[in-house]
Write a protein that binds this ligand. Structure first.
Ligand SMILES: *Cc1c(COP(=O)(O)O)cnc(C)c1O
Length: 452
Protein backbone atom coordinates (compact mmCIF):
# COMPACT_ATOMS: atom_id res chain seq x y z
CA UNK A 1 0.00 0.00 0.00
CA UNK A 2 1.47 3.33 -1.04
CA UNK A 3 0.78 5.88 1.62
CA UNK A 4 3.57 8.29 0.83
CA UNK A 5 2.06 11.60 -0.09
CA UNK A 6 4.11 13.93 -2.27
CA UNK A 7 5.87 16.67 -0.39
CA UNK A 8 4.06 19.96 -0.08
CA UNK A 9 5.77 22.26 -2.56
CA UNK A 10 5.17 25.22 -0.25
CA UNK A 11 7.38 23.75 2.45
CA UNK A 12 10.52 22.47 0.77
CA UNK A 13 12.42 22.18 4.06
CA UNK A 14 10.94 18.71 4.60
CA UNK A 15 9.82 19.33 8.11
CA UNK A 16 6.04 19.24 7.93
CA UNK A 17 3.63 16.41 8.61
CA UNK A 18 4.04 15.46 4.94
CA UNK A 19 7.39 13.96 5.89
CA UNK A 20 5.88 11.92 8.67
CA UNK A 21 3.71 9.89 6.32
CA UNK A 22 6.03 6.88 6.51
CA UNK A 23 5.50 6.59 10.28
CA UNK A 24 1.83 7.61 10.40
CA UNK A 25 -1.11 5.26 9.70
CA UNK A 26 -1.68 4.37 6.02
CA UNK A 27 -4.74 6.61 5.80
CA UNK A 28 -2.99 9.72 7.13
CA UNK A 29 -3.18 12.84 4.99
CA UNK A 30 -2.86 16.57 5.41
CA UNK A 31 -5.93 18.52 4.33
CA UNK A 32 -6.58 22.22 4.80
CA UNK A 33 -3.54 22.35 7.04
CA UNK A 34 -4.81 19.66 9.34
CA UNK A 35 -3.91 16.05 10.00
CA UNK A 36 -6.54 13.55 8.89
CA UNK A 37 -6.57 9.82 9.67
CA UNK A 38 -9.19 7.29 8.58
CA UNK A 39 -11.04 10.01 6.68
CA UNK A 40 -11.41 12.13 9.81
CA UNK A 41 -10.00 15.48 10.84
CA UNK A 42 -7.97 14.79 13.99
CA UNK A 43 -8.74 18.25 15.39
CA UNK A 44 -12.48 17.65 15.09
CA UNK A 45 -12.10 14.13 16.45
CA UNK A 46 -10.18 15.41 19.48
CA UNK A 47 -12.97 17.89 20.11
CA UNK A 48 -15.57 15.09 20.05
CA UNK A 49 -13.66 12.52 22.09
CA UNK A 50 -11.70 14.78 24.39
CA UNK A 51 -7.97 14.32 24.96
CA UNK A 52 -5.75 12.52 25.68
CA UNK A 53 -6.93 9.81 23.32
CA UNK A 54 -5.33 6.97 21.40
CA UNK A 55 -6.44 6.87 17.75
CA UNK A 56 -5.89 3.77 15.64
CA UNK A 57 -6.47 3.20 11.94
CA UNK A 58 -8.48 -0.02 11.77
CA UNK A 59 -7.68 -0.61 8.10
CA UNK A 60 -3.97 -0.26 8.83
CA UNK A 61 -4.21 -2.88 11.58
CA UNK A 62 -6.04 -5.22 9.25
CA UNK A 63 -3.54 -4.61 6.45
CA UNK A 64 -0.59 -5.48 8.71
CA UNK A 65 -2.22 -8.69 9.91
CA UNK A 66 -3.11 -9.61 6.34
CA UNK A 67 0.40 -8.81 5.09
CA UNK A 68 1.90 -11.10 7.72
CA UNK A 69 -0.61 -13.84 7.10
CA UNK A 70 -0.33 -13.70 3.32
CA UNK A 71 3.46 -13.51 3.11
CA UNK A 72 4.01 -16.39 5.46
CA UNK A 73 1.24 -18.46 3.86
CA UNK A 74 2.74 -17.82 0.43
CA UNK A 75 6.25 -18.84 1.47
CA UNK A 76 5.20 -21.71 3.72
CA UNK A 77 1.53 -22.76 3.68
CA UNK A 78 1.77 -24.57 7.02
CA UNK A 79 3.26 -21.58 8.89
CA UNK A 80 1.49 -19.67 11.63
CA UNK A 81 1.46 -15.98 12.45
CA UNK A 82 0.83 -15.46 16.14
CA UNK A 83 -0.03 -11.89 17.19
CA UNK A 84 1.75 -10.92 20.42
CA UNK A 85 -1.18 -9.60 22.42
CA UNK A 86 0.90 -7.64 24.88
CA UNK A 87 1.66 -4.99 22.23
CA UNK A 88 -1.98 -3.90 22.23
CA UNK A 89 -4.75 -6.04 23.67
CA UNK A 90 -8.44 -5.23 23.33
CA UNK A 91 -11.44 -7.34 22.38
CA UNK A 92 -11.84 -5.55 19.04
CA UNK A 93 -8.17 -6.15 18.28
CA UNK A 94 -8.37 -9.83 19.15
CA UNK A 95 -11.46 -10.25 16.95
CA UNK A 96 -9.53 -8.62 14.11
CA UNK A 97 -6.63 -11.03 14.71
CA UNK A 98 -9.02 -14.00 14.47
CA UNK A 99 -10.73 -12.62 11.36
CA UNK A 100 -7.37 -12.31 9.65
CA UNK A 101 -6.59 -15.96 10.47
CA UNK A 102 -3.78 -15.25 12.85
CA UNK A 103 -3.14 -16.97 16.18
CA UNK A 104 -2.60 -15.17 19.48
CA UNK A 105 0.07 -15.19 22.14
CA UNK A 106 -0.85 -14.17 25.66
CA UNK A 107 1.51 -13.60 28.55
CA UNK A 108 -0.84 -13.63 31.53
CA UNK A 109 -4.15 -14.93 32.79
CA UNK A 110 -5.53 -11.43 32.20
CA UNK A 111 -4.68 -11.52 28.51
CA UNK A 112 -6.20 -15.00 28.32
CA UNK A 113 -9.38 -13.56 29.86
CA UNK A 114 -9.44 -10.98 27.06
CA UNK A 115 -9.07 -13.78 24.49
CA UNK A 116 -12.01 -15.59 26.07
CA UNK A 117 -14.10 -12.42 26.25
CA UNK A 118 -13.38 -11.73 22.58
CA UNK A 119 -14.45 -15.24 21.61
CA UNK A 120 -10.95 -15.95 20.29
CA UNK A 121 -10.50 -19.61 19.29
CA UNK A 122 -8.54 -20.87 22.29
CA UNK A 123 -6.88 -23.71 20.43
CA UNK A 124 -5.03 -20.95 18.54
CA UNK A 125 -3.61 -19.42 21.71
CA UNK A 126 0.01 -19.71 22.83
CA UNK A 127 0.77 -18.90 26.46
CA UNK A 128 4.03 -17.26 27.54
CA UNK A 129 5.61 -16.18 30.79
CA UNK A 130 8.61 -17.04 32.91
CA UNK A 131 6.53 -17.44 36.05
CA UNK A 132 3.01 -18.47 35.18
CA UNK A 133 1.14 -19.02 38.42
CA UNK A 134 -0.56 -22.28 39.33
CA UNK A 135 -3.89 -20.51 38.84
CA UNK A 136 -2.85 -19.31 35.40
CA UNK A 137 -1.77 -22.81 34.38
CA UNK A 138 -5.11 -24.16 35.62
CA UNK A 139 -6.88 -21.48 33.57
CA UNK A 140 -4.90 -22.56 30.50
CA UNK A 141 -5.93 -26.18 30.96
CA UNK A 142 -9.57 -25.30 31.63
CA UNK A 143 -9.67 -23.06 28.57
CA UNK A 144 -7.99 -25.67 26.39
CA UNK A 145 -5.30 -23.36 25.04
CA UNK A 146 -3.41 -24.64 22.04
CA UNK A 147 0.11 -24.39 23.42
CA UNK A 148 1.86 -23.51 26.62
CA UNK A 149 5.42 -22.29 26.06
CA UNK A 150 7.22 -23.76 29.04
CA UNK A 151 9.96 -21.65 30.56
CA UNK A 152 11.42 -23.53 33.57
CA UNK A 153 11.87 -26.97 35.15
CA UNK A 154 9.43 -26.06 37.92
CA UNK A 155 6.82 -25.23 35.33
CA UNK A 156 7.36 -28.53 33.49
CA UNK A 157 6.64 -30.46 36.69
CA UNK A 158 3.80 -28.16 37.70
CA UNK A 159 2.04 -28.25 34.34
CA UNK A 160 2.45 -32.01 34.11
CA UNK A 161 0.89 -32.50 37.54
CA UNK A 162 -1.99 -30.12 36.78
CA UNK A 163 -2.62 -31.69 33.37
CA UNK A 164 -2.78 -35.16 34.91
CA UNK A 165 -5.19 -33.84 37.55
CA UNK A 166 -7.34 -32.34 34.81
CA UNK A 167 -7.04 -35.55 32.76
CA UNK A 168 -5.69 -33.50 29.88
CA UNK A 169 -2.70 -33.68 27.59
CA UNK A 170 -1.26 -30.22 27.07
CA UNK A 171 0.76 -29.51 23.92
CA UNK A 172 3.86 -27.53 24.84
CA UNK A 173 6.84 -25.76 23.35
CA UNK A 174 10.13 -25.42 25.19
CA UNK A 175 11.47 -21.88 25.30
CA UNK A 176 15.14 -21.83 24.40
CA UNK A 177 17.67 -19.03 24.85
CA UNK A 178 19.73 -19.32 21.70
CA UNK A 179 22.55 -17.14 23.03
CA UNK A 180 21.99 -14.50 20.36
CA UNK A 181 21.19 -11.08 21.65
CA UNK A 182 19.80 -8.76 19.05
CA UNK A 183 19.85 -5.04 19.18
CA UNK A 184 18.53 -2.55 16.73
CA UNK A 185 21.25 -2.83 14.18
CA UNK A 186 23.35 -5.83 15.03
CA UNK A 187 23.65 -8.80 17.33
CA UNK A 188 26.14 -9.86 19.95
CA UNK A 189 26.45 -13.51 20.76
CA UNK A 190 26.25 -14.90 24.28
CA UNK A 191 24.59 -11.90 25.94
CA UNK A 192 21.22 -13.57 26.06
CA UNK A 193 22.67 -16.52 27.96
CA UNK A 194 22.03 -14.35 30.97
CA UNK A 195 18.26 -14.10 30.78
CA UNK A 196 15.35 -14.78 33.06
CA UNK A 197 13.61 -16.37 30.06
CA UNK A 198 13.94 -19.86 28.74
CA UNK A 199 16.49 -22.67 28.90
CA UNK A 200 20.08 -22.03 27.83
CA UNK A 201 21.73 -24.28 25.28
CA UNK A 202 25.32 -24.18 26.47
CA UNK A 203 25.04 -26.12 29.70
CA UNK A 204 22.65 -28.61 28.15
CA UNK A 205 19.68 -27.21 30.05
CA UNK A 206 17.46 -26.93 26.98
CA UNK A 207 18.14 -30.55 26.00
CA UNK A 208 17.47 -31.63 29.57
CA UNK A 209 14.15 -29.75 29.47
CA UNK A 210 13.12 -31.51 26.27
CA UNK A 211 14.00 -34.91 27.77
CA UNK A 212 12.01 -34.07 30.89
CA UNK A 213 9.06 -32.93 28.75
CA UNK A 214 9.14 -36.19 26.81
CA UNK A 215 9.12 -38.27 29.98
CA UNK A 216 6.50 -36.42 32.01
CA UNK A 217 2.83 -37.44 31.80
CA UNK A 218 0.21 -34.97 30.63
CA UNK A 219 2.58 -33.11 28.32
CA UNK A 220 2.85 -33.37 24.54
CA UNK A 221 6.22 -32.00 23.40
CA UNK A 222 5.50 -30.20 20.12
CA UNK A 223 8.50 -28.02 19.56
CA UNK A 224 10.83 -25.23 20.49
CA UNK A 225 10.53 -21.47 20.84
CA UNK A 226 12.94 -18.53 20.82
CA UNK A 227 12.53 -14.78 21.13
CA UNK A 228 15.73 -12.79 20.73
CA UNK A 229 14.46 -9.28 21.34
CA UNK A 230 12.37 -6.47 19.98
CA UNK A 231 12.66 -3.54 17.56
CA UNK A 232 15.21 -5.52 15.53
CA UNK A 233 16.40 -3.99 12.26
CA UNK A 234 19.12 -6.48 11.39
CA UNK A 235 17.51 -9.58 9.91
CA UNK A 236 20.79 -11.50 10.13
CA UNK A 237 20.23 -11.65 13.90
CA UNK A 238 17.20 -13.84 13.22
CA UNK A 239 19.16 -16.02 10.80
CA UNK A 240 21.98 -16.47 13.33
CA UNK A 241 19.47 -17.57 15.96
CA UNK A 242 17.71 -19.89 13.51
CA UNK A 243 21.04 -21.60 12.75
CA UNK A 244 21.49 -22.26 16.47
CA UNK A 245 17.91 -23.50 16.85
CA UNK A 246 18.09 -25.89 13.90
CA UNK A 247 21.34 -27.31 15.30
CA UNK A 248 19.42 -27.88 18.50
CA UNK A 249 16.57 -29.57 16.65
CA UNK A 250 19.12 -31.92 15.08
CA UNK A 251 20.56 -32.62 18.52
CA UNK A 252 17.09 -33.39 19.90
CA UNK A 253 16.52 -35.76 17.00
CA UNK A 254 19.82 -37.59 17.58
CA UNK A 255 19.62 -37.80 21.33
CA UNK A 256 15.94 -38.53 21.88
CA UNK A 257 14.55 -39.61 18.52
CA UNK A 258 11.75 -37.13 19.03
CA UNK A 259 10.54 -35.02 16.12
CA UNK A 260 10.30 -31.27 16.55
CA UNK A 261 7.01 -30.35 14.92
CA UNK A 262 7.05 -26.57 15.55
CA UNK A 263 9.83 -24.00 15.46
CA UNK A 264 8.55 -20.69 16.83
CA UNK A 265 11.02 -17.87 16.18
CA UNK A 266 9.26 -15.27 18.35
CA UNK A 267 8.67 -11.65 17.42
CA UNK A 268 10.88 -8.62 17.18
CA UNK A 269 10.66 -7.07 13.71
CA UNK A 270 11.45 -3.36 14.12
CA UNK A 271 9.30 -0.43 13.04
CA UNK A 272 9.95 3.20 12.05
CA UNK A 273 9.43 5.60 14.93
CA UNK A 274 11.42 8.34 13.20
CA UNK A 275 11.55 9.31 9.55
CA UNK A 276 15.14 8.11 9.26
CA UNK A 277 14.32 4.59 10.47
CA UNK A 278 14.26 2.00 7.71
CA UNK A 279 13.04 -1.30 9.10
CA UNK A 280 12.83 -4.41 6.96
CA UNK A 281 9.53 -5.19 5.33
CA UNK A 282 7.28 -8.07 6.38
CA UNK A 283 8.10 -9.72 3.07
CA UNK A 284 11.87 -9.54 3.70
CA UNK A 285 11.38 -10.81 7.24
CA UNK A 286 9.19 -13.71 6.06
CA UNK A 287 11.80 -14.66 3.47
CA UNK A 288 14.62 -14.71 6.02
CA UNK A 289 12.63 -16.77 8.52
CA UNK A 290 11.09 -19.33 6.18
CA UNK A 291 14.09 -19.49 3.85
CA UNK A 292 16.54 -19.76 6.74
CA UNK A 293 14.70 -22.59 8.42
CA UNK A 294 14.18 -24.49 5.18
CA UNK A 295 17.84 -24.16 4.12
CA UNK A 296 19.14 -25.19 7.53
CA UNK A 297 16.82 -28.20 7.76
CA UNK A 298 17.61 -29.38 4.25
CA UNK A 299 21.35 -29.10 4.92
CA UNK A 300 20.94 -31.42 7.92
CA UNK A 301 18.44 -33.78 6.33
CA UNK A 302 15.73 -32.80 8.79
CA UNK A 303 12.01 -32.50 8.08
CA UNK A 304 11.01 -28.83 8.08
CA UNK A 305 8.94 -28.12 11.19
CA UNK A 306 5.87 -25.92 11.19
CA UNK A 307 7.18 -22.36 11.29
CA UNK A 308 5.61 -19.87 13.70
CA UNK A 309 6.35 -16.18 14.26
CA UNK A 310 5.02 -13.84 16.95
CA UNK A 311 4.93 -10.24 15.74
CA UNK A 312 3.49 -7.57 18.02
CA UNK A 313 4.99 -4.13 17.50
CA UNK A 314 5.20 -4.38 13.72
CA UNK A 315 1.45 -5.01 13.50
CA UNK A 316 0.20 -2.18 15.71
CA UNK A 317 2.86 0.52 16.24
CA UNK A 318 2.34 2.66 13.15
CA UNK A 319 -1.43 2.15 13.14
CA UNK A 320 -1.76 4.41 16.20
CA UNK A 321 -1.21 7.99 17.31
CA UNK A 322 -1.94 9.80 20.54
CA UNK A 323 -3.75 13.12 20.52
CA UNK A 324 -3.16 15.55 23.36
CA UNK A 325 -4.10 19.16 24.05
CA UNK A 326 -1.29 21.60 24.76
CA UNK A 327 -1.90 23.13 28.19
CA UNK A 328 1.18 25.12 29.13
CA UNK A 329 4.31 26.26 27.33
CA UNK A 330 7.38 27.08 29.38
CA UNK A 331 10.32 28.68 27.65
CA UNK A 332 13.47 28.51 29.73
CA UNK A 333 15.73 31.03 27.98
CA UNK A 334 18.88 29.46 26.59
CA UNK A 335 17.92 26.01 27.85
CA UNK A 336 14.77 24.57 26.31
CA UNK A 337 11.06 24.93 25.79
CA UNK A 338 8.67 22.57 27.56
CA UNK A 339 5.35 22.02 25.85
CA UNK A 340 3.14 20.25 28.39
CA UNK A 341 0.25 18.02 27.39
CA UNK A 342 -2.72 16.42 29.18
CA UNK A 343 -1.13 12.99 29.51
CA UNK A 344 2.43 11.72 29.61
CA UNK A 345 4.19 8.80 31.25
CA UNK A 346 0.86 7.25 32.26
CA UNK A 347 -0.15 6.76 28.60
CA UNK A 348 3.35 6.48 27.11
CA UNK A 349 6.03 5.19 29.46
CA UNK A 350 8.44 4.20 26.69
CA UNK A 351 10.33 7.48 26.51
CA UNK A 352 11.12 7.55 30.21
CA UNK A 353 11.52 3.76 30.44
CA UNK A 354 14.08 3.36 27.68
CA UNK A 355 14.59 6.59 25.87
CA UNK A 356 12.25 5.71 23.02
CA UNK A 357 12.08 8.18 20.13
CA UNK A 358 8.76 9.72 19.07
CA UNK A 359 7.82 12.38 16.53
CA UNK A 360 5.33 15.09 17.51
CA UNK A 361 3.27 17.25 15.16
CA UNK A 362 0.65 19.93 15.73
CA UNK A 363 -2.49 18.46 14.13
CA UNK A 364 -4.11 21.85 13.52
CA UNK A 365 -1.04 23.24 11.70
CA UNK A 366 0.21 20.03 10.17
CA UNK A 367 1.27 21.74 6.93
CA UNK A 368 3.52 24.23 8.72
CA UNK A 369 7.24 23.53 9.10
CA UNK A 370 8.29 21.95 12.40
CA UNK A 371 10.72 24.79 12.82
CA UNK A 372 11.42 24.79 16.55
CA UNK A 373 12.93 22.25 18.93
CA UNK A 374 10.93 21.52 22.06
CA UNK A 375 10.50 18.91 24.75
CA UNK A 376 6.98 17.53 25.03
CA UNK A 377 6.35 16.89 28.73
CA UNK A 378 3.51 15.18 30.52
CA UNK A 379 1.45 16.41 33.47
CA UNK A 380 2.79 14.00 36.09
CA UNK A 381 4.89 14.55 39.19
CA UNK A 382 8.17 13.24 37.79
CA UNK A 383 10.86 15.22 35.99
CA UNK A 384 11.35 12.16 33.79
CA UNK A 385 7.76 12.46 32.60
CA UNK A 386 8.77 13.26 29.03
CA UNK A 387 7.02 12.10 25.86
CA UNK A 388 9.43 13.61 23.32
CA UNK A 389 12.76 15.02 24.31
CA UNK A 390 14.16 17.77 22.09
CA UNK A 391 12.03 17.06 19.04
CA UNK A 392 11.04 19.25 16.11
CA UNK A 393 7.64 20.89 16.31
CA UNK A 394 5.64 23.72 14.84
CA UNK A 395 5.71 26.68 17.24
CA UNK A 396 3.06 25.53 19.73
CA UNK A 397 0.19 27.49 21.22
CA UNK A 398 -2.01 26.70 24.18
CA UNK A 399 -5.02 24.73 22.95
CA UNK A 400 -3.23 23.12 20.00
CA UNK A 401 -3.92 19.44 19.33
CA UNK A 402 -0.54 17.74 19.57
CA UNK A 403 -0.26 14.39 17.84
CA UNK A 404 2.48 11.93 18.77
CA UNK A 405 3.09 9.43 15.96
CA UNK A 406 3.51 5.65 16.07
CA UNK A 407 2.10 5.04 19.55
CA UNK A 408 0.05 1.96 18.65
CA UNK A 409 2.38 -0.53 20.38
CA UNK A 410 3.29 -0.82 24.05
CA UNK A 411 1.69 2.52 25.03
CA UNK A 412 -1.91 1.72 25.97
CA UNK A 413 -0.80 -1.75 27.06
CA UNK A 414 1.83 -0.29 29.40
CA UNK A 415 -0.35 2.55 30.68
CA UNK A 416 -0.84 3.25 34.37
CA UNK A 417 -2.95 5.25 36.78
CA UNK A 418 -0.05 7.08 38.42
CA UNK A 419 -1.24 10.33 40.03
CA UNK A 420 -4.69 8.73 39.78
CA UNK A 421 -4.73 9.73 36.16
CA UNK A 422 -7.63 8.22 34.21
CA UNK A 423 -6.32 6.31 31.24
CA UNK A 424 -7.22 7.55 27.75
CA UNK A 425 -9.67 5.57 25.69
CA UNK A 426 -8.87 4.00 22.33
CA UNK A 427 -10.74 5.16 19.24
CA UNK A 428 -10.67 3.23 15.98
CA UNK A 429 -11.16 5.19 12.78
CA UNK A 430 -12.06 3.94 9.32
CA UNK A 431 -13.77 5.38 6.26
CA UNK A 432 -14.74 8.64 7.90
CA UNK A 433 -16.24 7.00 11.02
CA UNK A 434 -14.93 6.51 14.53
CA UNK A 435 -15.88 4.38 17.54
CA UNK A 436 -14.55 3.70 20.99
CA UNK A 437 -13.00 0.25 21.34
CA UNK A 438 -11.79 1.07 24.84
CA UNK A 439 -13.57 3.93 26.55
CA UNK A 440 -11.78 6.54 28.62
CA UNK A 441 -11.67 5.70 32.32
CA UNK A 442 -13.66 7.69 34.86
CA UNK A 443 -12.94 8.55 38.49
CA UNK A 444 -15.47 5.83 39.38
CA UNK A 445 -13.27 3.32 37.55
CA UNK A 446 -10.36 4.46 39.68
CA UNK A 447 -12.35 4.15 42.89
CA UNK A 448 -14.00 0.82 42.05
CA UNK A 449 -11.31 -1.40 43.53
CA UNK A 450 -10.71 0.72 46.60
CA UNK A 451 -12.89 -1.08 49.12
CA UNK A 452 -11.30 0.43 52.25
C1 LIG B 1 7.14 -9.34 23.32
C2 LIG B 1 7.18 -10.66 22.68
C3 LIG B 1 6.81 -10.81 21.34
C4 LIG B 1 6.48 -9.64 20.45
O1 LIG B 1 7.60 -8.86 20.19
P1 LIG B 1 7.51 -7.62 19.16
O2 LIG B 1 8.86 -7.02 19.25
O3 LIG B 1 6.45 -6.73 19.66
O4 LIG B 1 7.22 -8.17 17.82
C5 LIG B 1 6.78 -12.09 20.82
N1 LIG B 1 7.09 -13.17 21.58
C6 LIG B 1 7.45 -13.06 22.87
C7 LIG B 1 7.76 -14.27 23.64
C8 LIG B 1 7.52 -11.81 23.46
O5 LIG B 1 7.89 -11.70 24.74
Amino acid sequence: MNHIIPKDPATPDNKTAYDLMTILPHSAEVKEGRLWIGGLDMVELARETGTAVYVMDEDHLRAQLRDYHDWFARLDPSSEVIYAGKAFCSKAMLRLVAEEQCCLDVSSGGELAFAQAAGFPLSNVYVHGNNKTVDELRECLAAGVGHVVVDSFEELERLSRLAVEAQATQPILIRVTPGIEADTHDFIKTGAEDSKFGFGLNQGLALEAVKRALSLPGLDFEGVHMHIGSQIFALHSFKAAIDVMVDFIEQIHHETGAAVRILDTGGGLGVAYGVADEPSTIEEYAEVITGGIRTDCEARGLAVPRIAVEPGRSIVANAGVTLYTVGTIKEIPGIRTYVSVDGGMTDNIRTSLYGAHYEPVIANRADQPRSVTVTVAGKHCESGDIVVSDGPLQPAEVGDILCVCATGAYCQSMSSNYNKQVRPGVVWVSGGHWRWVVRRETYDDLLRCDVG
